[in-house]
Design a protein around this ligand. Structure first.
Ligand SMILES: *[C@@H]1O[C@H](CO)[C@@H](O)[C@H](O)[C@H]1NC(C)=O
Ligand SMILES: *[C@@H]1O[C@H](CO)[C@@H](O)[C@H](O)[C@H]1NC(C)=O
Ligand SMILES: *[C@@H]1O[C@H](CO)[C@@H](O)[C@H](O)[C@H]1NC(C)=O
Ligand SMILES: [Cu+2]
Length: 227
C-alpha cells in the first residue's frame, strides 16, 4: 500500500469508528421497567441508562438464575435515588463488547423490582431471551446488588458541564495528531486534510469516543505519511 492509500484506509477506519451508536434505556419512567427491554446492539455500541424515580439500578445478570449478578465480568450502576418527575442528571454507560446474549435487572428490593419484571435483555438468542428470563426473575426471592459500582461509567449526559473531563481527555488525545499534521503540512506536501477532525468540541460520549478514534487514526495516518 502506498502512503496515500494507507491514509485513505485509515481515514475509512476513522469514519467507521464514529458509527457506534448509543442505545438510550429509560429506567423507571413508566413503572418498574426498562424501555426498551429487548435490545439489539452491535459491538462497540453503548447502553446509556437514564434513571427516573424511584431508586433504581442496573446489574448484569446470570441467565441461569433470576436476579443474581453475572459471575464473570458484567456491570453494576449503583443506586440512583431520583425525585419524581425528572430524570436523574447522571447516567450510567456500558459498552457492548460482544454480541453474546446479555441480561440485566434492577436490584432494588424495596418493591421487588426484579421479581416484578424490571429486567431487560441485549441480543437475545437461543434459550437466552426475555421470555425465558422473566419467569426466573418472578421466582427469585431477592435481587442481589454487587458491592461496588463497576463495568461502566457514571456521568452526566450531553449538555451538562460535568462531562468536561471527558471532553478534555478527548482533546488531549486528538491534539497531538492535529499538531503534528499541521507541522508536517508546513514542511511537506499532500497531507493537508489529516488535521481536519483533530479538535472538535463534542460533549456527547459516543461522539467523543468516535472522535478519539478518529484522532488516533489520523495520528496513524500522519505517522505513515511523515516518516
Ligand atoms: C425480542 O426481540 C427478538 C428479536 O428482535 C424477537 O424475536 C422477540 O420476539 C422479542 N421478544 C419480546 C418479548 O419482545
Ligand atoms: C437506594 O436503594 C439502596 C438499596 O436498597 C439503599 O441502600 C439506599 O439507601 C437507597 N437510597 C435512598 C436515598 O433511598
Ligand atoms: C466491556 O469492556 C469494558 C472494558 O473492559 C468493561 O468495563 C465493560 O464492563 C464491558 N462490557 C460489558 C457489557 O461487560
Ligand atoms: Cu428499580
Amino acid at each position: 500500500m502506498s502512503p496515500l492509500s494507507k491514509l485513505f484506509f485509515l481515514a475509512g477506519l476513522a469514519v467507521q469508528a464514529t458509527a457506534y451508536s448509543t442505545v438510550k434505556v429509560v429506567v423507571g419512567k413508566t413503572g418498574l421497567s426498562f424501555v426498551p427491554n429487548n435490545i439489539t446492539a452491535a459491538v462497540g455500541d453503548v447502553l446509556e441508562f437514564h434513571f427516573w424515580a424511584k431508586n433504581h439500578s442496573v446489574v448484569q445478570g446470570l441467565w441461569s438464575e433470576g436476579c443474581q449478578p453475572a459471575t464473570h465480568g458484567g456491570f453494576f450502576s449503583g443506586f440512583f435515588p431520583t425525585a419524581a418527575g425528572v430524570a436523574n442528571p447522571k447516567v450510567f454507560r456500558v459498552t457492548i463488547n460482544d454480541t453474546d446474549p446479555l441480561v440485566f435487572y434492577c436490584a432494588q428490593n424495596t418493591g421487588s423490582h426484579c421479581k416484578n419484571g424490571m429486567v431487560g435483555v441485549v441480543n437475545p438468542s437461543g434459550s437466552n431471551t426475555l421470555e425465558a428470563y422473566l419467569p426466573k426473575a418472578q421466582a427469585a426471592t431477592t435481587a442481589v446488588a454487587p458491592p461496588t459500582v463497576f463495568g461502566g461509567v457514571v456521568l452526566a449526559p450531553e449538555g451538562d458541564t460535568s462531562t468536561a473531563t471527558m471532553t478534555v481527555s478527548v482533546s488531549a488525545s486528538a491534539a497531538p495528531s492535529g499538531t503534528s499534521a499541521a507541522t508536517g503540512t508546513s514542511g511537506s506536501s499532500g497531507t493537508t486534510s489529516t488535521s481536519a477532525s483533530a479538535s472538535p468540541t463534542r460533549t456527547n460520549g459516543a461522539a467523543a469516543l468516535g472522535v478519539s478514534f478518529a484522532g488516533l487514526a489520523v495520528a496513524g495516518a500522519a505517522a505513515v505519511v511523515f516518516v
